[in-house]
Design a protein around this ligand. Structure first.
Ligand code: NOJ
Length: 910
């Protein structure tokens, strides 16, 4: 127990270093004046200075450089940090130069001679930021006491507007001049070639693959390539473009880097349940670091489609059902991938997808039709796309579905009016895989017609289908598209290549030495483990079975996923190698194997339904059916369960059961696994269910019988270690759902921010007829949005607002709530703030998430959480699609999830 508490304190300490919610600007020390001239003069002196070995102290200064203007959420990696020794009494100053790592962390060390009479400074210079010069305080007492003095300094820097603008202007001028020159030399065929994106190599992510790629590159008929990576895979193709084409235009290289590249993090839905933007941004940063070391410069992520239908397999790829949270996550992902400078060799262009409304597929069937009112789009589905555009996403991928009866890839309203005119998007638009060709099936024309339509609508790049390549020239000749439109699309592709720095060095991402140093590092694996445990959601707890004892107990580890590596990475595991992942069995043995007895039995197959099995295995599912009979497997499992103190049942879906083209109508556990669970429940032993899956599932029966249910999604490379740490209490789970878990599939679509209707159902009067309800089950979900328990208990005190009546845009409402940790463990709580607008010009959702704070409280600690509400939080799109707030009453709700809240009512007038 003590160890657990110690661990939590330690973890929190390390969180504070990374996460900077309290963000303070680092101001220069006014009395320090050090000029470049002084440095230069002193350089020679310093290079001759030798420290005597006695009376020396080593100073280690570590911390992080963060961007103050990005609320300290973004690390600054491109910077010089100098540690400067100023000797008092005479002028020389010695300096040592350092650089932060890719995420802005730095670790400097230097030596001083004691007693230290001089001054130590840190100077940070970074392009686009104001220079910071800070005195480092070194107390005399620490000099006396310690040989090594450790200091922590987080430096928050502010952008230098003037420098930025000047730099940007220069860059834009240079880009325009390079692109203009190039385009003046290009033939129309070469321009069309730039609009062609082909797939080669390792992965097949659509129904057809590209042919004659080498020859087409030589002919200047290809602008970008995806599905190949590694410097060795990429370089030869780039060489073809650089050495064998007339104009030597480099190719861009894209890939589905979705939740990690080689080090795989939890699936995106799991990352979203961390409710931790620093973690999410860092995951994208690491993915970019690994992807660029592997030859790539463009990732098809983030996927920001709002989804309310758990039948849809791709719900696993997004951030859930909430537009506000989805927007925060979308922006964090873009920041993580793109960093502050696309031309750095460790940043990539993000591709926001699938534009738009792909998650609204009817009946949750992938690729199905979407039909939605504009006002619903604007209020509930479009915000995350918009947020990603505002965060600077360099590219956008169109979706497969139609919008207002026009396929997205040919929808000019979507791609021009909304995306470019209203949102000011200035990157390039690529289609999804053969989406232009699929417009033929949608029924809006032949290949030439749909290709012209897509280009005219605003598509710049055609993924795989080659409709642009094969028909656009003809369309120009027939006057169906103009050369000017082709020029514009070509320019956007060339601009992206310029921004990536490819015109300066086309092999910038083909450094053979980087895979060895940047990929699948220990640091990245540790990050993967940490993100995984943060993503887990404790759906149910009896408050006694978990955490498990770390010694002297017998644990029956049972289930088709208990000793499995194949499924841990989930769908879109990109370049992840499942053989490198850690199974739950391995994780548990690693952690407590020598102190506990861990008995194992598979207990059941993953699925036995041959209709589904055949489909899954046709696409590399590799689900092997055990040679034992179902009964033999169950008997074996019951045998070890009866001998054990506790049963840990690891059950769920195979990785192929969610993701693209993986919709299901039954979102419960497969029958064979349920039979296993029934047998385990019958033993009377406490059963902890560890779930692995990529969607909300129906778990009503499991909920009734299990002692605890831990949702772990598909947790990635380090899944097993992370699960073990949570089961045995080395980390206290704090994840919260970002999707509603229904009681029954028939309730779908079920989401917390629904409308009230004219006949709302009141559960306390459940016999009322003529109410919006089902006869057979209640309306409410099994687990609501925002739900998730902890090993400790958080008590919310009474919420209070500083005002009950407010006026105008400049007014602010401060809402406070005390929160106490009443349990025995330290832990994190996500304090959620929702707002309702009970009377407006249009109907509003019953409540909408508008803010949250994730806090850590030690056992028995109380703290107060404060939120500031502004009129921005009251805004919505009205019937004219104007983004407004209307005066009247508002209800502010605060709680640990979207249901168990307390409220205050305020009046906010114009
Ligand atoms: C189709 C998927 O819809 C999309 O998400 C993915 O990026 C492309 N294929 C490329 O693989």
């Amino acid at each position: 127990m003590n160890l657990f508490i110690f661990f939590c304190i330690f973890v929190q300490f390390s969180i504070i270093q990374v996460r900077t919610d309290e963000c303070e600007l680092t101001s220069n020390d006014a009395d320090v004046q050090l000029t470049t001239k002084t440095f230069l003069q002193s350089r020679q002196f310093c290079s001759e200075t030798r420290f005597p070995s006695r009376n020396t102290r080593q100073i280690i200064i570590s911390g992080r450089l963060v961007d103050y203007t990005a609320r300290c959420k973004r690390g600054i990696s491109q910077a010089d940090i100098e540690i400067i020794h100023g000797q008092s009494g005479f002028h020389p100053i010695c300096r040592e130069l350092h650089h932060p790592n890719s995420r802005g962390f730095y670790n400097l060390s230097t030596v001083i001679v004691t007693p230290f009479t001089g001054q130590l400074y840190i100077r940070v210079t970074s392009p686009g930021y104001e220079t910071v010069l800070k005195r480092v305080p070194i107390s005399l007492s620490s000099q006396r006491k310690r040989k090594t003095i450790f200091l922590q300094l987080k430096l928050a820097m502010v952008r230098s507007e003037a420098q930025m603008e000047q730099q940007q202007d220069q860059q834009t001028q240079r880009m325009n001049s390079i692109v203009d020159t190039l385009m003046s030399q290009m033939t129309i065929e070469e321009k069309i070639g730039q609009l062609n994106l082909v797939t080669v190599g390792f992965d097949v992510t659509g129904p057809i693959v590209s042919e004659n790629v080498d020859e087409n590159i030589r002919q200047g008929r290809i602008g970008g390539v995806f599905n190949t990576f590694t410097p060795k895979g990429v370089r030869p193709l780039q060489e073809l473009a650089m050495n064998h084409t007339r104009l030597k235009i480099p190719l861009i290289f894209g890939y589905d880097v979705i939740h990690g590249h080689r080090t795989i993090f939890p699936i995106s839905l799991g990352m979203s349940t961390t409710w931790d933007m620093a973690v999410i941004e860092t995951s994208a940063r690491i993915a970019a670091q690994e992807a660029t070391a592997d030859g790539l410069n463009w990732v098809f992520s983030p996927m920001v489609d709002i989804a309310r239908d758990a039948r849809w397999g791709r719900i696993s790829e997004g951030a859930g059902e909430d537009p506000w949270l989805g927007s925060q996550i979308a922006a964090a992902m873009v920041r993580g991938y793109q960093g502050s400078d696309l031309s750095s060799s460790n940043t990539v262009i993000a591709c926001l997808k699938h534009f738009a409304l792909y998650g609204g597929a009817e009946a949750g069937r992938d690729y199905n039709t979407v039909d939605m009112s504009r006002i619903t789009m604007y209020n509930y589905f479009l915000p995350p796309y918009h947020a990603a555009v505002e965060a600077g996403a360099g590219s956008v991928m169109t979706s497969f579905n139609e919008i207002d009866s026009i396929p997205a890839s040919g929808n000019r309203w979507l791609l021009q009016d909304l995306l470019r005119d209203q949102w000011k998007f200035n990157g390039f638009v690529v289609t999804d895989y053969t989406a232009i060709n699929e417009m033929i099936e949608h029924g809006v024309g032949n290949l030439q017609e749909v290709s012209a339509r897509a280009l005219n609508a605003g598509v710049d790049m055609d993924m795989v289908g080659e409709g642009f390549l094969t028909t656009l020239l003809k369309s120009v000749q027939e006057g169906k598209v103009t050369e000017q439109t082709i020029n514009q699309a070509c320019r956007r592709i060339l601009e992206a290549k310029y921004k990536l720095g490819l015109f300066d060095d086309p092999y910038r991402y083909c450094d053979d030495s980087r895979p060895g140093t940047d990929i699948f590092t220990n640091e990245n694996r540790l990050a993967a483990r940490d993100f995984a445990r943060r993503s887990f959601v404790l759906l149910k707890t009896d408050r006694k079975t978990l955490p498990l004892a770390r010694s002297n107990s017998t644990i029956a580890l049972i289930g088709p996923l208990a000793d499995d590596r194949r499924n841990l990475l989930g769908s879109w595991s990109a370049a992840g190698n499942w053989n490198q992942s850690v199974s739950v069995r391995e994780g548990i043995i690693n952690l407590v194997g020598n102190k506990n007895q861990v008995l194992f039995a598979k207990g059941s197959n993953l699925i036995e339904d041959t209709y589904m099995l055949q489909q899954l295995n046709a696409h590399g599912g590799e689900i092997v059916i055990d040679t034992q009979s179902a009964q033999q497997m169950i008997d074996e499992a019951v045998g070890i369960a009866s001998k054990s103190d506790v049963v840990v049942a690891v059950v769920g879906e195979s990785q192929g059961m969610t993701g693209e083209a993986a919709s299901r109508v039954d979102i419960g556990l497969p029958e064979c696994q349920k039979r296993l669970l029934q047998a385990l429940f019958n033993t009377g032993k406490p059963v902890v269910i560890v779930l692995m899956n990529g969607r909300p599932m129906t778990l009503t029966w499991e909920h009734e019988h299990a002692a605890a249910i831990l949702e772990t999604w598909f947790a990635g490379t380090e899944a097993g270690n992370a699960i073990a740490e949570v089961l045995f209490g080395l980390y206290n789970p704090a994840g919260k759902l970002t999707t509603t878990f229904p009681r029954h599939v028939g309730q779908i679509p079920l989401y917390y921010n629904h409308k009230q209707t004219g006949r709302p159902f009141n559960a306390t009067q459940f016999t009322d007829k003529y109410k919006s309800r089902y006869l057979d089950i209640p309306n409410d979900p099994l687990y609501p949005f925002g739900h998730g328990f902890s090993y400790t208990t958080f008590e919310f005190g009474t919420i209070s607002g500083d005002k009950s009546e407010l006026r105008g845009d400049s007014d602010r409402l401060t809402v406070r709530v005390p929160i106490s940790n009443r349990g025995a463990y330290g832990g994190e709580e996500v304090v959620q703030l929702y707002i309702s607008d009970p009377a407006a010009s249009v109907t509003r959702a019953v409540r909408e998430l508008k803010n949250f704070k994730k806090i850590y409280l030690r056992a028995q600690q109380t703290d107060e959480v404060t939120f500031v509400v502004t009129t921005n939080d009251l805004k919505f799109y009205n019937t004219n699609l104007d983004y407004v707030w209307e005066e009247g009453d508002f209800i502010i709700h605060i709680g640990p999830d979207s249901v168990n809240t307390q409220s205050i009512r305020v009046k906010w007038l114009k």
